[in-house]
Ligand binder design. Structure first.
Ligand code: NAD
Length: 381
């Protein structure tokens, strides 16, 4: 296969980020965009120089000339679109969370394996260069045995009762909001960096706004922060604004919080790991820096610079030191690896896969069960 023909389904925040990033992948042509209406699809296609557009994602599935699809729609449609795409013989790159529950995710993992297709899950935040540096140093034994894992993913865009998004509706988003939406990024990164798996959890979730003011007409993600206008309806809320989880990773112990109501925090993802030889902290809001903690010598802050990075992490830093690589670059890194694995079927995938999406849903279901039962829950392997 020479050039790979792909399509993007969904043209909201993620749809646009995927369309931009795909222009930076050498062996891919985006040939179609699908949205909820033809007008929306045409507008997005025109912005990214894509020839074809449709108001029905099934047109993409039925086009035998399309090799792969990106699913960037709200969570409820990930499963039916991914299932139809695999059945039609297409590779799938799906936004997180993979599905609404473990059962759906298991079906997708089995279907992908049966069809021998590639399936990627967009836990892109792994691909900040300094996250890879942290991982590389841990693999090289520089932190010793990992004892403690701490962190948070904190945002403020749902702080007010007037803040609204499809994510508050469990029929569209699933039974959890913050733990599924951003807690999953924390756990994906924590497992990827430490090489350990979360074995059990004890969670407490809180919904601060029992009702929210739903705008008549809706809106795309994060548009509410620019100021909602117009009529609203008081709508009961059942998904959490905040969650806290104590967790075990074998012998290691950890804590994390996830929040959409922490004033001032925009995308405050923080991962701290502490081992028998040293520690490290990475913050998404200052992504070019890695704090390195020592017990007996002064602590250090490493600024991203490929010449100073550990060898395996260098492949994730494309620019020289001092030229920041940020959020959009993480998509480029993931997509390049995904499409390389389609071109070369002998490559072992080195990107998050359907199985990683299934894993996150297992952690999530254990968190929900723990909160409900006020008890520790084991996470199935
Ligand atoms: N990896 C990340 O960093 C990241 C960040 C944000 C969101 N996400 C994920 O991306 C997905 C989309 O989130 P978003 O923030 O872009 O939402 P959004 O509301 O900005 O965009 C969703 C788009 O999908 C469209 N859509 C809905 N149903 C559709 C259908 N059946 N066919 C075609 N289009 C459809 C909507 O009209 C909208 O334009 C979610 O699953 C979310 O969890 C991932």
């Amino acid at each position: 296969m020479d050039r790979i023909r792909t399509a993007v389904i969904g043209t909201g925040f993620m749809g646009r980020v995927h369309l931009e990033a795909l222009r930076r992948v050498e062996n891919v042509d985006v040939v179609e965009v699908a949205a909820t209406s033809l007008d929306k699809a045409r507008a997005a296609a025109a912005g990214y120089n894509v020839l074809n557009s449709t108001g029905d994602w099934r047109d993409v599935i039925h086009d035998p000339s399309i090799d792969a699809v990106h699913i960037t729609t709200p969570n409820v449609s990930h499963f039916p679109i991914a299932k139809a795409a695999f059945e039609a013989g297409k590779h799938v790159l799906c936004e997180k969370p993979l599905a609404m529950n473990v059962a759906e995710a298991q079906e997708l993992v089995a279907l992908q394996a049966a069809k021998k297709l590639r399936g990627g899950l967009n836990h892109n935040l792994r691909y900040y260069p300094m996250v890879q540096q942290m991982r590389g140093m841990r693999e090289a034994g520089e932190f010793g045995e990992i004892l403690v894992v701490q962190g948070t993913y904190s945002q403020d865009w749902m702080l007010y009762e007037t803040d609204w998004n499809w994510r508050v509706d469990p029929k569209v988003s699933g039974p959890s909001r913050v733990m599924a939406d951003i807690g999953s990024h924390f756990f994906d990164m924590a497992e990827h960096v430490t090489g350990l798996q979360v074995s059990s959890v004890c969670s407490d979730l809180q919904t601060f706004w029992p009702t929210r003011k739903q705008p008549k007409g809706g809106g795309e993600s994060f548009s509410g922060k620019l100021g909602a206008t117009g009529e609203t309806v008081d709508t009961p809320i059942v998904t959490e604004d905040f969650g806290a989880t104590l967790f075990r990773m074998g012998r290691a112990r950890g804590t994390m919080t996830a929040s959409q109501v922490s004033a001032g925090r925009k995308n405050g993802l923080v991962l701290e790991i502490y081992g028998t030889k040293g520690g490290a902290t990475w913050r998404q809001e200052c992504p070019e820096e890695l704090w390195l903690g020592h017990r007996d010598t002064p602590n250090q802050v490493l600024l991203k610079d490929p010449s100073l990075m550990i060898e395996p992490a260098r492949a994730y830093a494309d620019y020289p030191g001092g030229h920041a690589e940020g959020y959009p670059d993480t998509f480029k890194q993931l997509f390049r690896r995904f499409y390389a694995s389609i071109s070369d079927t002998s490559l072992t995938p080195d990107y998050p896969r359907m199985a990683d999406g299934l894993r996150q849903l297992k952690i999530l279901e254990a968190e929900l069960a723990s909160h409900k039962a006020h008890a520790w829950m084991d996470v199935p392997a």
